[in-house]
Design a protein around this ligand. Structure first.
Ligand code: SF4
Length: 237
């Protein structure tokens, strides 16, 4: 059974910067109140593993999630696996800038999840596509740092050892993504654990090499890329 010490060890080894810039500063200008989308429970409520919650609770930096609407609270708790709890930062927006060491595994991972093949092999990282229009990182996969990718893979190998059921969870998530992208006639971007970039063909899961610069941009980031001075536009208003 996982312990708070397991999560302290995971945190120590999963701390590399995801990209070469502060991605929160890139997306926040496009969200209400200037809050990064993944720090805003109106867009995403993180879950903590229960042993992770035991580690984080004494810090006072996190609280269990309760929506203003009791029905919504009940729904979210009901759909959260028994070994996890929904929780949010208890402090001000971007508190994690000062308390990086207490970011949860989900915060360190977002927008990525482990991609598993049809056979169940953990091949690398892909992303929660529901956030394509909002998350700057999804539109800049070429900016994801190799050290981050390696630490992500090692962290999830450890999590799969601690929680074998998580392998099935992410295998299912990968199946759903192949279905969704198949219907949209799109291939799936994959940051492979071997360090390479690939397109996954949804129909049969076949891989073909990709050029990271060819991964598409979405939403406002696609618009920004078409401007004459895209870097200035992306630096926000
Ligand atoms: S991971 Fe995405 S949503 Fe979260 S702060 Fe970075 S760019 Fe914004």
């Amino acid at each position: 059974m996982a312990t708070p010490d397991d999560f302290a060890a995971l945190y120590a080894r999963f701390d590399a910067a995801m990209t070469d810039v502060d991605c929160g500063a890139k997306c926040a200008p496009y969200n209400e109140y200037g809050v990064p989308f993944c720090c805003d429970p109106r867009h995403a409520v993180p879950t903590l593993y229960r042993a992770e919650w035991d580690l984080l609770r004494p810090t006072g930096l996190w609280r269990l999630w309760q929506d203003d609407d009791p029905g919504e609270t009940q729904r979210l708790w009901a759909e959260t696996p028994s070994y996890q709890v929904p929780a949010v930062c208890a402090g001000p927006s971007r508190m994690c800038a000062a308390h990086r060491g207490w970011r949860s595994i989900v915060c360190r991972s977002f927008p990525f999840f482990p991609y598993l093949s049809r056979e169940g092999a953990f091949l690398g990282l892909t992303y929660y596509w529901q956030y394509e229009d909002r998350c700057w990182v999804i539109s800049h996969l070429d900016r994801v740092q190799p050290a981050y990718r390696a630490q992500f893979v090692a962290a999830y190998e450890r999590l799969f050892a601690l929680y074998p059921q998580e392998r099935a969870t992410f295998r299912h998530q990968s199946i759903v993504m192949r279905r969704v992208f198949g219907r949209r006639h799109r291939e799936i971007p994959l940051l492979h654990r071997d360090g390479g970039y690939y397109w996954v063909r949804p129909r049969d899961g076949a891989l073909r090499p990709a050029r990271p610069a060819d991964f598409p941009k979405h939403g406002v980031y696609a618009l920004a890329a078409q401007m004459p001075f895209p870097d200035e536009m992306e630096d926000g208003p």
